[in-house]
Design a protein around this ligand. Structure first.
Ligand SMILES: Nc1ncnc2c1ncn2[C@@H]1O[C@H](COP(=O)(O)OP(=O)(O)OP(=O)(O)O)[C@@H](O)[C@H]1O
Ligand SMILES: [Mg+2]
Length: 235
């Protein structure tokens, strides 16, 4: 991999705070958090349930209001962008896999996956072709016409992964991408993510409890008490 690709920063969190007001008490999730994701980097974020992993991913993906601190996405300070510009930047830069897939119930797998391309202005024919290709990559060729309600949990998860990857993002933010999958399917998703990282230098930021997946990242960070700390997983 060339150094220029490795050196480019895709996401940077600077001195980021997040808290929720719970009646009269304030629940701090993290304070003064700093994190930098380089192009092509593979990062796993681990931590106990409720430690704030999903919250952090949302903030990195520009999906949550920033109360204090900054998030730079591909060099742009996202709090300086209006909703439309942020939407375009997100569509161009990021793929997001939610912890709970968030597919649109009334649309087929194919339509769900093609949606981000249609939003960015691709023709239906182009979007369909790219969506079918990536659905094949996640092993869902035989289920493209099914709606989310007609898919199994693991199939839904794979459709969500296909939707995140179809735009060929610079960075994939994925919340438990293998969480609902059996070992064989988890392995296929894992192989796909690694292949995309190696072939296209897509940065991977994965929240995962899957030790094998975490261990194959360049770096593993533990979110605990509102702070990120490097951990080494014994192999
Ligand atoms: N909108 C909200 N309002 C109030 N509290 C919230 C809100 N969103 C999250 N929280 C709280 O913030 C904490 C962190 O939540 P988060 O979903 O980020 O945890 P997590 O590390 O992803 O957990 P899990 O491993 O169970 O998915 C939790 O205690 C949660 O209850
Ligand atoms: Mg979570």
């Amino acid at each position: 991999m060339s150094n220029s690709l490795v050196d480019k920063t895709i996401i940077e969190c600077q001195n980021l705070d997040q808290y929720f007001d719970d009646g009269d008490t304030r629940v701090d999730i993290f304070q003064g958090l700093n994190l930098e994701i380089k192009q092509g980097e593979r990062l796993a974020i681990v931590g106990a349930s409720g430690s704030g992993k999903s919250t952090l991913l949302y903030m990195m993906g520009g999906l949550d209001h920033i109360k204090s601190g900054k998030v730079l996405l591909d060099g742009y300070d996202i709090s300086q962008l209006n909703a439309k510009k942020l939407g375009i930047l997100r569509n161009k830069t990021l793929g997001f896999v939610y912890q709970f897939h968030h597919l649109l119930a009334e649309f087929s797998a194919l339509e769900n996956v093609a949606m981000p391309l249609l939003i960015r202005g691709d023709s239906t024919a182009q979007a369909t072709e790219k969506a079918l290709y990536i659905l094949d990559q996640v092993g869902l060729s035989h289920r493209v016409k099914h709606t989310p309600g007609e898919l199994s949990g693991g199939e839904r998860q794979r459709a969500a992964i296909a939707r995140a990857l179809v735009t060929n993002p610079k960075c994939l933010l994925a919340d438990e991408p293998t969480g609902n999958l059996d070992n064989t399917t988890a392995r296929q998703v894992y192989d796909l993510l690694i292949r995309l990282n190696e072939d296209r230098h897509i940065s991977l930021v994965l929240v995962t409890h899957d030790e094998k997946l975490a261990a194959s990242m360049d770096k593993v960070l533990l979110l605990h008490d509102g702070q990120l700390k490097p951990v080494s997983l014994a192999s």
